[in-house]
Design a protein around this ligand. Sequence first.
Ligand SMILES: Nc1ncnc2c1ncn2[C@@H]1O[C@H](COP(=O)(O)OP(=O)(O)OP(=O)(O)O)[C@@H](O)[C@H]1O
Ligand SMILES: [Mg+2]
Length: 266
Amino acid sequence: MTVDGVTVTSPLISVRDMRVTYGDRLVSHVPELDVYEGECVALVGESGSGKTSALLAILGLGDFSGATVTGTVLINGVNVVDAPQAQLRRVHGTAITLVSQSPQAALNPTMRLGRLAKLSLKQHGVRGHEANVRIADALARVVLPDEILKRYPHEVSGGQAQRFCIALAVALQVQCIAADEPTSALDVTVQAEILRLLDELRRERNMAMVLVSHDLALVSTLADRIVVMKDGAVVEVGSRDEVLHSPKSDYTRELLAAVPVLGVTS
Ligand SMILES: Nc1ncnc2c1ncn2[C@@H]1O[C@H](COP(=O)(O)OP(=O)(O)OP(=O)(O)O)[C@@H](O)[C@H]1O
Ligand SMILES: [Mg+2]
C-alpha cells in the first residue's frame, strides 16, 4: 500500500488488547503490539511475568495450555485467537512457527526426522522432488548433515534438534519464527551459533522474529524492539536503544542493572 508516495507495509502480526487468563487470574495482557516483516521483537521480564503465556497466545496456542485468551491477534489477517483448527494449522507453518525451549520434546519421538520433515511440508502442499530439495537446502543452511534425517529425535543433541526445528521453518518458508528462550538449554558456543543463524535468516529472508528471553545480553544483540513485562503487564515498549539506553520504567532499569555487561544503571 502506498500513502503520499511512501510505501506502508501492514504488520505481519497485529495484537490488540490480548488477555491471557488461567481461571480468573490474568497472567498476561498486551494492549498493542505490531510485528513487521524482518523485525525482531523481544519479550523480556522476570520469571512468571507472562512471556510464554503471551507468546503461545500470539501463536493461537493458548487453549492448549488451558488458558483463556481474549482480544485480537491478526496474523496475515486471520484472528488466531478464535480461528478454527484447520485455519490455525494453515497459519502455522506458513506465516509463523514455534521454535520451543525444548525442541526434542516438540518433535514426535516415534518418527525419524526425515519423515517428520516430509510430513510437515506435505501438510502445506509441498511434496516429492520440491520437498526433497527444500529439505536438503534447509539442512545445508543450518549446517546439519543429510544423514540426520535417518535419526529419531532422541538420537540428536539439543543444539541439533533446535537447528532441525529452524531448518523446518526455513523449508516451510515461514514469515515469522516465534522462539521461546531459544538458547537456554544450550551451551555457550552452540547458543552463539543458533543466534547467528537466526540473525542471518532474518537478514537474508526478511523473516520476522518474536523472541522470548530473560537474557538481556542476548536480546541486545538481536532485537529491534523490546517489550518489557512484569506481573502480566507490559511496563515498557520501545526500540532496542530506547529500552536499553534510556529506559522509562524503574523496573526496566532494575533489569538492566542486573546485567553488568550492558552497564546501564540510570
Ligand atoms: N498451564 C498453566 N496453568 C496455570 N497457571 C499457569 C500455567 N502456565 C503458566 N501459568 C502461570 O502464569 C504466569 C505466567 O507464566 P509464564 O509461563 O507466561 O511466565 P514466563 O514469563 O514465561 O516465565 P519464565 O521466564 O519462568 O518462563 C505464572 O504465574 C505461571 O505460574
Ligand atoms: Mg516462559
